[in-house]
Design a protein around this ligand. Structure first.
Ligand SMILES: NC(=O)c1ccc[n+]([C@@H]2O[C@H](COP(=O)([O-])OP(=O)(O)OC[C@H]3O[C@@H](n4cnc5c(N)ncnc54)[C@H](OP(=O)(O)O)[C@@H]3O)[C@@H](O)[C@H]2O)c1
Length: 312
């Protein structure tokens, strides 16, 4: 059996539940590709899975390799894969219920993979898929955002928020983001029209008549968000179905988003990165050995942009 270095979770727990060890190198089926992973991003879902918070929600079996964002090079293709070849530089969000990308190799369905943006390296490319697709699907697929609309992006300096600000601005929306003071200039550079320092000003005192709220916070932030929506506006939550009663009370709609792999959307996002419209912001690059530290950082919920593990 061929082996590879991988981080595996054998038992739910703290960062020390992440074990760096030799694991079987995955085989592929006819419609899959084996990718040599160059870089893997860390997202909040990584530590939520590690801690067992999603045990009842997702059909996850232990041991599992965490990390579901990657950028790398195709090593091998299944017999029915026509449009990818060994040597192709690709990136993707992989299936969260399968072994992930904190490893030297990952096996994925060929249909979820896209060519990585050419203008950035693997570290930057790996930081894009999960957060970028979440922002895209929340704003456009679930929220139906159109040119000229007003959008409020919570946690705008985070992984999802940083892409949401840029995608919404590029679509021609008026973008308001919430963040602490240290992220104000960062968000203005990304294209936000207004930045509200949530630690000083309750956003609901400053914002009104919003068409779409992108809620990555839930709890009391969601509760206070209904009143900033115009009648008929929509709140898209990245943290489960929003409160239907409150939506009705405010004459608004509430929908959840649960990110799905999508190679066509990734190809479009790669195009926006390559033409300079969108950028990704990697603030921490760590090694596979430092996966525990990466989880600890993500768990602070105050990282700007993205954390990436460099594997090659
Ligand atoms: N449903 C899905 O498919 C899906 C997909 C992706 C993510 N998610 C979830 O969405 C959430 C956000 O993900 P992410 O990757 O964007 O997280 P993240 O990158 O860890 O978010 C960090 C950001 O949150 C900001 N923040 C913290 N508290 C805030 C507050 N009270 N108000 C406004 N901003 C605040 C921080 O800015 P400051 O330092 O300035 O405070 C920081 O920049 C996570 O819970 C994640 O699990 C769900």
């Amino acid at each position: 059996m061929e082996t590879m270095k991988a981080i595996r979770i054998h038992k739910y727990g703290g960062p020390d539940a992440l074990v760096l060890e030799d694991a079987p190198r995955p085989g592929i089926t006819d419609d899959e590709v084996l990718v040599k992973v160059y870089a893997a991003a860390v997202n909040p879902i990584d530590w939520k899975v590690r801690a067992g918070y999603l045990e009842d929600m997702l059909p996850i079996k232990l041991p599992i390799i965490p990390g579901w964002d990657f950028s790398g090079v195709v090593e091998e293709t299944g017999s029915s894969v026509a449009d990818l070849n060994p040597g192709d530089e690709v990136y993707a969000l992989s299936d969260i219920t399968r072994d992930g990308s904190c490893a030297e190799y990952i096996a994925v369905k060929a249909g979820i993979v896209a060519m990585k943006p050419r203008s950035v390296d693997h570290i930057q490319a790996a930081s894009v898929p999960l957060a970028g697709l979440t922002a895209w699907q929340a704003l456009f697929d679930m929220g139906g955002l159109e040119k000229g609309q007003r959008v409020l992006v919570h946690a705008a300096a985070g992984g999802v928020g940083s892409f949401a600000v840029q995608f919404a601005q590029n679509r021609g929306a008026y973008v308001i983001g919430t963040a602490s003071a240290k992220n104000r200039d960062y968000l203005l550079e990304l294209g936000a029209d207004e930045v509200i320092d949530y630690s000083v000003t309750p956003f609901e005192d400053e914002v009104a008549d919003v068409d779409l709220v992108l809620d990555t916070m839930s709890g009391e932030v969601q509760d206070r968000s209904w009143k900033v929506l115009r009648k008929g506006g929509i709140l898209v939550s990245a943290l489960g179905p929003p409160d239907a009663e409150k939506a009705k009370e405010h004459g608004a709609r509430g929908v959840p988003v649960f990110v799905q792999p999508d190679s066509a959307q990734l190809a479009e996002i790669a195009r926006l990165i390559d033409d300079g419209t969108v950028r990704t912001n990697v603030t921490e690059v760590l090694s596979l050995e430092e996966a525990g530290r990466a989880h600890e950082l993500s768990e602070t919920h105050h990282v700007r942009g993205k954390i990436v593990l460099k594997i090659i």
